[in-house]
Design a protein around this ligand. Structure first.
Ligand code: FAD
Length: 460
């Protein structure tokens, strides 16, 4: 570490009354070892060269690890009393510094709040810090699983997914989290002198969806479930990327074919796929899919002679295995980043009414600079494709120019190189009055400050 960066990362004296806070939180596990606090104050923002600079020196002052909802209430009340910001952190797999405390204060580790409260056919109620993999393992016993999960399922939590994510594996069938019905209820603790506990049901639950924890601390969630099929992981290789895309689109549109993942990825991205490389022939673009065992025949009939199946095996996600979905969504980007940190990525949503044309148009426009990787997804009831292309990064100006050129062409961008909800989330954001709700539940603006940038504290 250089002298400069040592000075930059040296713990600064806190501007908050941390000693007083510690006394208030007596009995609740706390961590104040600067190196640990700094490490846990980070997430996967380093995917972005811009955020990597901007957020490098941000850190909380202390981590609080409540073990139940009563302790969450105590932490919230103490922070409000002393006007100390509070940022919730779960598994810390978010991408844009979502869980990075921009103004220091308390990092609230929610992961001890875990476990299934109850489940019935089609619905599960869970503590917010539960790991997605654990939820699926518990509900699968009754023949159900979560409708969708991020590709980080093996480490991420349900609270982090609802507060920070947007969709993922399963969204080709059920759409994203923002679609009505994909979050049934959320229980939250408010950030007030006397914190309230609110149950947000149906539409109201969307007030915490992808709000980065700025509109309440989620302690429990009720989520709808889908039938748990035996899933088969399949890779199909194609000579040409648009052939992979069109075959994927046909599979996505086939309502009778039960699927969970339909992901075309252009060559040379598969060249970075480590253990999977042997199934990714040189020079070929690929389509990776999760197909219900019972639908494999119809799936192959759709693929026909367009491509060659190079891999087919039951999905495995236990310890020691790497599931195929860990090559999809933002894991595709991660595979490349493992060997080359010079690239970055975008998050796009293509227009459903000229999907093939606009995908082809963007490929032709940036042939070597933006490498195609799409994810078929339902959006507002229509089949379309989101995309997380790999972008060969040069300068911030060129990055912004590429974003603007996409938007001019009708491709929506949720900018992963900014920290605020307003400039980043765009099409991924729920259709709910999150700003108005924040005034009710966090009037001082202490929850993850700086992320809902348009919020002006109601009183000081
Ligand atoms: C390789 C990779 C692949 C990814 N793939 C996907 C994908 O397919 N789909 C997708 O949507 N995302 C994806 N992500 C982003 C991220 O993994 C998911 O959104 C994940 O669900 C976040 O969960 P987490 O437990 O890590 O949350 P964290 O990162 O800890 O938190 C995320 C945000 O939620 C807030 N938060 C967490 N818990 C609570 C709570 N209980 N109450 C209030 N606020 C809370 C935090 O303050 C933060 O703002 C990916 C990220 C990486 C690095």
């Amino acid at each position: 570490m250089s002298l400069d960066s040592e000075r930059k990362h040296k713990p600064q004296p806190s501007r908050y009354d941390i000693a007083g806070l510690k006394a208030d939180l007596d009995g609740i596990p706390l961590i104040d070892e600067p190196q640990v606090v700094r490490k846990r104050s980070r997430d996967f923002f380093w995917y972005s060269p811009i955020l990597n600079q901007e957020l490098a020196d941000k850190s909380a002052d202390i981590i609080a690890c409540p073990r139940d909802e009563d302790e969450v209430v105590r932490v919230a009340a103490a922070c409000v009393k002393r006007r100390i910001p509070l940022t919730v952190r779960a598994a810390g797999t978010g991408n844009y510094g979502q869980a990075v405390p921009l103004e220091g204060g308390v990092l609230l580790d929610i992961t001890a709040l875990s476990g299934i409260a109850w489940q019935k056919p089609g619905v599960v109620r869970v503590a917010a810090g539960s790991r997605l993999l654990d939820i699926d393992m518990a509900t699968r016993e009754a023949g159900f699983e979560l409708r969708m999960h991020p590709s980080t399922k093996r480490s991420a939590t349900i609270g982090g997914f609802v507060a920070g994510g947007s969709g993922g594996v399963g969204s080709v069938t059920y759409g994203g989290l923002r679609e009505p019905g994909n979050i049934l209820a959320a229980r939250i603790v408010t950030m007030e002198e006397e914190p309230r506990i609110l149950e947000l049901r149906d539409d109201a639950a969307q007030k915490v969806n992808r709000a980065y924890g700025t509109t309440g601390i989620i302690t429990a969630l009720e989520m709808p479930l889908a039938p748990a099929w035996p899933w088969i992981d399949v890779i199909v290789a194609f000579d040409d990327y648009m052939e992979a895309f069109q075959a994927g689109y046909a599979v996505a549109l086939a309502d009778g074919v039960v699927k969970k993942l339909v992901t075309p990825i252009s060559w040379p991205i598969p060249a970075t796929f480590g253990a999977l490389k042997q199934h990714c022939p040189e020079g070929k673009s690929i389509l990776i899919c999760m197909i219900a065992e019972a639908s494999l025949g119809p799936f192959k009939a759709i693929i026909g002679r367009r491509g060659a199946v190079t891999y087919e095996a039951p999905s495995e996600e236990g310890p020691g295995t790497v599931p195929l979905y860990e090559y999809s969504w933002n894991h595709t980007t991660l595979q490349w980043l493992k060997g080359d940190r010079s690239i970055t990525y975008l998050q796009c949503m293509f227009p459903h009414d000229r999907l093939i044309e606009s995908a082809a148009e963007m490929i032709a426009r940036f042939p070597d600079e933006v490498l195609a990787h799409h994810e078929f997804i339902r959006f507002g009831g229509r089949m379309t494709a989101s995309a997380l292309p790999i972008l060969r990064y040069s300068t911030p100006e060129r990055l912004n120019e590429i974003i603007a050129l996409h938007e001019e062409a009708g491709v929506m961008i949720a900018n992963p190189h900014v920290v605020s909800l307003e400039s980043g989330s765009r099409h991924k954001r729920a259709d709910a009055d999150q700003l108005g709700f924040k005034g009710e539940v966090d009037p001082l603006g202490l929850l993850n400050p700086g992320k809902m940038a348009s919020y002006v504290a109601a009183r000081g």
